[in-house]
Design a protein around this ligand. Structure first.
Ligand code: PEP
Length: 244
């Protein structure tokens, strides 16, 4: 089935849930989502919880992605982890280029593209994040920023059936200030014109706003932070968009 026909809901756990909590969460999530059709669910635990999460989800359609991946398979890169290691740990995909990686850990358009390229070559699915800062939006520079960020990915990758983009306006992440459906649609349409792959929206997605955001023609799913940390709110988002 065409992936775009099924919304993807990915939960980015950030720096939350070690292996014990991950097992409890994933076991409960598998039961809660059992039989739910018309939505693809992904959880993105911290590295140390990937194995525990994937074991707890074995037999469930919920997939496990990492939150980042390096562009080399091995080498002198202290603190990094490579796609081949992620596969061995039980992940089948990874996020790259999250704004928190760009803001706090020095990721650039170039390193994000290199991370994405190597992860795809290694066989992982990739969710590559883009999005403008509040000051950039206020200065009318949203389009310019998205063209630069997506352009770097498009130049390095081109369309790929395992590549998904996430539009995450930085001012909407963890702030409760969700983009309006119209703002999301406008950005997604621009991005789609640059790289025609599925595009998730991220930024304060909750059970009560998910369906409206995903009703936009170019919004193919959601990348969810805070609301993915409780089984019930993550599952309620999946319920709200399933088959929508
Ligand atoms: C995120 O972490 O990618 C995110 C969108 O967070 P939140 O849903 O909490 O805004």
């Amino acid at each position: 089935m065409d992936r775009r026909a099924i919304p993807l809901i990915a939960g980015n756990w950030k720096l939350f849930k070690g292996p014990g909590e991950a097992v409890a969460f994933c076991s409960a999530l598998a039961v809660r989502l059992e039989g739910l059709a018309g939505v693809a669910a992904v959880v993105c635990p911290p590295y140390v919880s990937l194995g525990a999460a994937s074991a707890a989800l074995s037999g469930s359609p919920v997939r496990v992605f990492a939150q980042n991946a390096h562009w080399q398979e091995t080498g002198a890169f202290t603190g990094e982890i490579s796609p081949v290691m992620l596969l061995e740990a039980g992940a089948v995909g990874t996020i790259v280029g999250h704004s928190e990686r760009r803001q706090h850990f020095g990721d650039t358009d170039d390193t994000v593209a290199r991370r994405a390229a190597h992860a795809l070559e290694t066989g992982l699915d990739v969710i590559a994040c883009v999005g403008e800062l509040e000051a950039e939006r206020e200065a009318g520079r949203t389009g310019e920023v998205l063209r630069r960020q997506v352009g770097a990915l498009a130049a390095a990758l081109g369309p790929n059936e395992r590549l998904t983009l996430a539009y995450e306006p930085v001012w909407a992440i963890g702030t409760g200030r969700t983009a309006t459906p119209e703002q999301a649609q406008e950005a997604h349409a621009l991005i789609r014109g640059l790289l025609d792959v599925p595009i998730l929206y991220g930024g304060s997605v909750k059970p009560d706003n998910a369906a409206e955001l995903l009703s936009q023609p170019d919004v193919d799913g959601a990348l969810v932070g805070g609301a993915s940390l409780e089984v019930e709110s993550f599952a309620a988002i999946c319920d709200a968009v399933a088959g929508g």
